[in-house]
Write a protein that binds this ligand. Structure first.
Ligand code: NDP
Length: 329
């Protein structure tokens, strides 16, 4: 008898109205690829929330199994780099956007998209990190390349109680940075201090239209919010500093001026995780294995089952999720 597995399928009708259903699929339903994986854990990222809720055009192939991140075990492979039994991670590459993704018992993907699960981590740990955490590490690496090391001064993290933010706070504090965490949820101050924030500030301080330049408050920043918040972070960055921008949870616009760039030599470092080259991914995951405290990772993540994915997807776009959500499949 043909084996079936559960999957979330997002479809749309002739009027382009989107619907989400849980269905049974077989291997024959999966898309092209040279490696088939038993999905053991996945997660709910902001982008997955946008995909399932339909709030932004993340899905560009219909119908589609969403889910941009997975960790699991290779079931079969015709790719020379991977063998049955290998433990792997997948983040991005259009999976969950144009290629069937993680919200299914099995995934078939290109072997070139996979990285090995670090030996120190379980599938669950890797998904507690997920794309959000791997992106936080890409941001840290970008700041380091720019010379923004702990001795240069404080670093601000915006959207701090979210997924990217929580992992960024944890990594930066483990590396010895003085972390200023900006959040709209003041009740999460104890959580952020526990992750290693030295100071917690209210999102309101950064949410007004930005002046071209303001008092210098930090040497750098990691911003997952965009819009006025990023504009204020830039205007408050000290001479020669840098800000890594990776997200748009507060808006896609950037109502800023050139003043921070031309008068203070501030740099804006753009971060994309989806198409990041394999060498960069391997380095980011190696650094996650060495620089992210496993106890902090446990304290910033909650675990749900497959049936909780759709609810969590709606919650994340409403800004209601703290830290990271792991889905045990
Ligand atoms: P989360 O929803 O977990 O975190 C986003 C956080 O931003 C929220 O928790 C909240 O933090 C803050 N926030 C939410 N809405 C607003 C608002 N309207 N105004 C100001 N702040 C707000 O999402 P993730 O951490 O998973 O992702 C964050 C962003 O990064 C998303 O835009 C995502 O698409 C992007 N991203 C980009 C990647 C890339 O490759 N460039 C990869 C991964 C993510 P708080 O309550 O603490 O203020």
């Amino acid at each position: 008898m043909t084996e079936t597995f559960k999957a979330i399928l997002v479809s749309r009708d002739a009027e382009k109205k989107q619907s989400v259903a849980v269905t049974d699929l077989t291997d024959a339903d999966l898309m092209e690829g040279d490696v088939t994986i038993a999905v053991e854990a996945t997660t709910v990222n902001y982008k997955d929330g946008l995909a399932i809720s339909g709030k932004a055009p993340v899905i560009r192939r219909w119908p589609l199994v969403p889910g941009i991140d997975l960790a699991g075990t290779v079931i079969s492979s015709s790719n020379p780099d991977w063998r049955k039994g290998d433990k792997v991670i997948l983040n991005g590459w259009g999976v969950g956007e144009t290629h069937f993704g993680a919200y299914a018992g099995r995934a078939r993907v290109k072997g070139d998209w996979l990285v090995p699960l670090p030996e120190s981590m379980s599938a669950h740990d890797a998904m507690a990190v997920g794309t959000a955490g791997y992106t936080a590490m890409l941001c840290v690496m970008a700041l380091e390349r720019h010379g923004i090391l702990p001795d240069r001064g404080p670093v601000v993290v915006t959207g701090a109680a979210g997924g990217v933010g929580s992992v960024a706070v944890s990594i930066l504090s483990s590396l010895g940075y003085h972390v200023v965490a900006s959040t709209g949820r003041n009740a999460e101050s104890p959580y952020l201090i526990n992750l290693g924030a030295a100071e917690v500030i209210s999102r309101d301080e950064l949410n007004q239209p930005a002046k071209p330049l303001a008092k210098e408050r930090w040497a750098g920043g990691i911003d997952s919010v965009g819009s006025h918040i990023l504009a204020n972070v830039l205007s408050m960055t000290s001479y020669g500093g840098a800000v890594a921008a990776c997200g748009l949870a507060g808006g896609m616009d950037l109502p800023s001026s050139v003043a921070p760039f031309i008068l203070r030599g501030v740099s804006l470092l753009g971060i994309d995780s989806v198409m990041a080259p394999k060498a960069v991914r391997l380095e980011a995951w190696r650094r996650i294995g060495s620089d992210l405290d496993v106890d902090k990772l446990a304290s910033l993540s909650t675990t749900i089952g497959f049936d909780g994915i759709i609810g969590a997807a709606h919650d994340i776009v409403d800004g209601k999720i703290r830290g990271r959500v792991v889905v045990d499949m």
